[in-house]
Structure formats: structure tokens, C-alpha cells
Write a protein that binds this ligand. Structure first.
Ligand SMILES: C[S@@+](CC[C@H](N)C(=O)[O-])C[C@H]1O[C@@H](n2cnc3c(N)ncnc32)[C@H](O)[C@@H]1O
Length: 274
């Protein structure tokens, strides 16, 4: 039964169209947290909405309402707790597990298709530098579905670093390491050491693009994430790449998902020749 159907007779018909049609569930059968956006007009019905979510999803133990967009270096939402419960969960995705507390560190289940797409591109024996790693989900997907020699995941948020280390253990990943620190300070230590660099910070990765190219050994691929307007989603990203690396070739492009009305999160795959 949809959320709307469950709220019939609770929310007045005039406000029914404002009831959210979707929400994100992070976790698994053992326990999950729901993240929902509720418009101001529905303020007085917010607890009924939260209860309707848990009634329909018995494994959801906590319901969090997003207040505004992601903010700060750690890219976190401010949440209003509508139903209190544990927020550290074990999320299952494509057969692997991701331990995360979305109140402490970035995670989006909506990036899961992109993770598989990246994993498919990694060749046997590659060394992958994963910048802006959060709780490490791309590293887990790569380790599970490709055969890299080494993955190095770099994250600024200490909670992210802690979860990356745990997630590598939970998924029995041996050929990956986590580094806690600022990409600006850590990446220069890895100049000339990698075959592929992943830059999963759409709002700011461009500042580190020259550094990412320097981390490639003799050429290789950089996956650059950026934001783009729906009229021409790749224009800005392509222009940035052209300015930073005129010899590079764009070998792939992807709309990862919606970011805001009229704005997409995009990925541009860039090949730097030796
Ligand atoms: C958009 S999130 C992506 C996280 C993860 N790759 C994922 O897909 O779930 C970007 C991450 O970069 C981290 N971050 C932001 N600035 C950073 C910096 N200068 N150095 C290292 N990590 C940084 C944030 O804490 C955040 O966890």
C-alpha cells in the first residue's frame, strides 16, 4: 500500500498531493533507517507520515526528516528525528554490505548503479585511487566485481574513515586500504602511483583535478564527478577537463542521477595518454 493510501483520512484531501511519493531506506532486514523529505505544509502530519513509513516497512526502526540540502565539507544533511531508533545500519547492495550511520557520514543508495558501472571498467591488476570515499562503497563494489591489485580510499570525515576500515573487514577485502585525511594533503604523496583515480565529490572535485592527473603513473583514467544543468549536463565538466588537461580524451559520460530540480550529478571519464 502506498504512503498516500495509508494516510487517507489523516491528511486532508487538499494536501494529499504533497505527501511524499518516495523516501530512501538505508539498511537491511536486520534494521534500517528511512530518510524522508516532508514539505512545510505537512508539518502537523509529520509524525503520522513517519508512522505510516514504519507500518509499511517493519525493518525501519528510525525515521529522519531531511531539513534542506547537504552542507559542509562532509556533505551531510541536517535531520529532524521523527521516530527515534538506531541510525547505524548494515546496508545490503549488490550482495555486499555497507555499514553506515547517515547522520554522521555521507551515503546514498541512489548511487548504486554507478558503483557497478565503475566496477565494470576496472581492469585486472589495476591500482585505483579512490578520493572522497565516504564509507567506501565504490571500493567495495570494485573489490567485489573486478580484480584490482590495490585500492586506496581517502576520506576526511573521521567517521567515514572508521566505517571504511570496518567495511573492508566485513566484506573480507584484503587489497584495499583507507587513509584518513584531506585529499589536498594526501594525494600529493601518491604522485605517479595509480592507473585510475575516482573523484566522487560533485560539488568541488574540480579543484583537485590537476592533482588527480598527477597521481596517474603513465597515463590512465580519471572519473570526474560534477554537476550539470539539464540543457547541457556535461558542458561545464568537459570545459573544466579541457582546461586542466588539453591532451586528455573524454572516453565516457554518464548522468548519475538527479541532484536538484534541473540539475544532474554527472560523471565524465577522462583518459590521459602517457
Ligand atoms: C559526495 S561524498 C561521496 C562519498 C562516497 N564516495 C560515496 O559515494 O558514498 C564526498 C565525501 O568526500 C569527503 N570529503 C570532502 N572534502 C574532502 C577532502 N578535502 N579530502 C577528503 N575527503 C573529503 C566528504 O566527507 C564526503 O564523505
Amino acid at each position: 500500500m502506498s504512503l498516500k493510501r495509508r494516510l487517507e483520512g489523516v491528511v486532508p484531501p487538499s494536501l494529499m498531493e504533497r505527501v511524499p511519493t518516495s523516501f530512501e531506506i538505508i539498511g537491511s532486514r536486520g534494521g534500517a533507517v528511512a530518510v524522508v523529505e516532508i514539505p512545510e505544509e505537512l508539518e502537523e502530519y509529520k509524525y503520522e507520515i513517519a508512522r505510516a513509513i514504519t507500518a509499511a516497512n517493519k525493518h525501519v526502526k528510525a525515521v529522519l526528516r531531511k531539513l534542506g540540502g547537504r552542507t559542509g565539507d562532509y556533505r551531510l544533511y541536517n535531520f529532524e528525528v521523527l521516530i527515534e531508533g538506531p541510525t547505524e545500519v548494515l546496508h545490503k547492495e549488490h550482495g555486499y554490505y555497507i555499514k553506515v550511520d547517515p547522520t554522521k557520514v555521507y551515503f546514498s543508495s541512489r548511487d548504486q548503479t554507478d558503483r557497478l558501472d565503475i566496477a565494470k571498467k576496472v581492469g585486472e591488476g589495476e591500482r585505483v585511487l579512490y578520493l572522497f570515499a565516504g564509507v567506501g562503497p565504490y571500493a567495495i563494489a570494485i573489490a567485489k566485481f573486478a580484480r584490482p591489485k590495490l585500492i586506496v580510499a581517502v576520506e576526511l570525515n573521521p567517521w567515514g574513515f572508521k566505517y571504511i576500515v570496518e567495511n573492508f573487514k566485513i566484506n573480507k577485502i584484503k587489497n584495499a586500504v583507507a587513509v584518513h585525511g584531506d585529499v589536498a594533503a594526501v594525494a600529493p604523496l601518491f604522485r605517479g602511483k595509480f592507473d585510475r583515480v575516482l573523484m566522487t565529490l560533485p560539488l568541488g572535485a574540480y579543484k583537485y583535478l590537476p592533482l588527480a592527473f598527477q597521481c596517474l603513473e603513465r597515463g590512465g583514467v580519471v572519473h570526474f564527478y560534477h554537476l550539470g544543468r539539464e540543457e547541457d549536463p556535461y558542458r561545464d565538466a568537459e570545459e573544466i577537463v579541457k582546461n586542466v588537461c588539453p591532451d586528455c580524451q573524454i572516453i565516457g559520460k554518464r548522468i548519475v542521477r538527479d541532484y536538484a530540480p534541473g540539475v544532474y550529478k554527472v560523471r565524465v571519464d577522462v583518459y590521459k595518454p602517457p
